[in-house]
Design a protein. Structure first.
Length: 159
């Protein structure tokens, strides 16, 4: 077995009137994120990190934004599909560490549910998932609340 690390990053613009979904949790909000699927920026970063660690390309390659099958798709479903791709390759997930970069909303009250959602979608223990948040100190587009970003790293064992 060899250990492989993958890095994921995603960013989405704010869109008024759209549901806000982060880590598979729907937030009470007057705005959400613009995107073809549910635009869960946190799960998209995790998915890219896992695909990268397994040498399987990126999210856009597997779930193209122009493909009607993925319109408004749940990113938890996409993570389940990614997990299945890894298993088919003989890979197992050691851990996932993700960070949301946003001025709002506050993540802390939802962190436990997010970790449980991610672990469930990936078929791993909650102890193998870490979710954190930071602000952009009011700098740039994120600081102006024009969008949200996320980064993730995944450690995968590959046969």
């Amino acid at each position: 077995m060899s250990l492989r690390v993958g890095l994921g990053y995603d960013v989405h613009r704010v869109k008024p009137g759209r549901p806000l979904v982060l880590g598979g949790v729907r937030f009470e909000s007057e705005w959400g994120l613009e995107g073809h699927s549910d635009a869960d920026v946190l799960l998209h970063a995790i998915g890219d990190a896992l695909l990268g660690a397994a040498g399987l390309g990126d999210l856009g390659e597997h779930f193209p934004p122009g493909d009607a099958r993925w319109k408004d798709a749940s990113s938890l479903d996409l993570l389940q599909r990614i997990s299945a791709l890894l298993r088919e390759r003989g890979a197992s997930i050691a851990n996932v560490d993700a960070m949301l970069i946003a001025e709002a909303p506050r993540l802390a009250p939802h962190r436990t549910a997010m970790c449980a959602n991610i672990a469930g979608a990936l078929g791993i223990a909650v102890t193998q998932v870490s979710v954190k948040a930071t602000t952009n100190e009011l700098l740039g587009a994120i600081g102006r609340r024009e969008g949200l970003a996320a980064m993730a790293v995944a450690l995968v064992e590959v046969a």
